[in-house]
Design a protein. Structure first.
Length: 153
């Protein structure tokens, strides 16, 4: 019985590792597609990358955020929006912003307070929803000025 249990545990471990590899590969492919669709918008000392996605699963969004942060080393914030879920947003920030106290969780809380909604996460990645018709429109119109003010505080 212990041999069968060991083989089952090994198989589960192998399946989990393969699933994580697929998730990482999917995130890299998604990031490559996002690069071509990202709109770089200057926002004072930072650049906001406003980017469409069809991804909804938080783990996959987090993997995209991690890949973004691996590519962009400073002065960048990623804002993901989803046309099929127009009130949803996901935000990632670079490590220099986190080190200066300007983290993704704080930014999501800021925009949630301003536009209604809720959300949160970790310093490098946060997600939520806003009480607006379109996160894309609000992000394009209002986030650059908010970011300029927030970063300079």
């Amino acid at each position: 019985a212990s041999q069968a249990a060991l083989e089952a545990a090994t198989a589960n471990s192998t399946v989990r590792a393969a699933a994580l590899d697929l998730l990482a590969a999917d995130a890299l492919i998604t990031l490559a597609l996002l690069r071509s669709a990202a709109e770089a918008i200057p926002a004072g000392k930072v650049t906001m990358f406003l980017t469409p996605t069809l991804v909804e699963e938080r783990g996959e969004l987090g993997a995209i955020a991690d890949a973004f942060r691996a590519e962009k080393k400073s002065g960048a914030i990623l804002v993901l929006f989803n046309a099929t879920a127009p009130t949803a947003l996901a935000v990632a920030v670079t490590d220099d912003l986190v080190a200066s106290g300007k983290d993704a969780n704080a930014f999501v809380k800021l925009v949630s307070a301003k536009f209604g909604g809720r959300g949160g996460g970790r310093p490098t990645f946060a997600s939520g929803s806003l009480a607006v018709d379109s996160v894309e429109a609000v992000a394009r119109e209002s986030f650059p000025a908010l970011l300029r003010e927030w970063i300079s505080e």
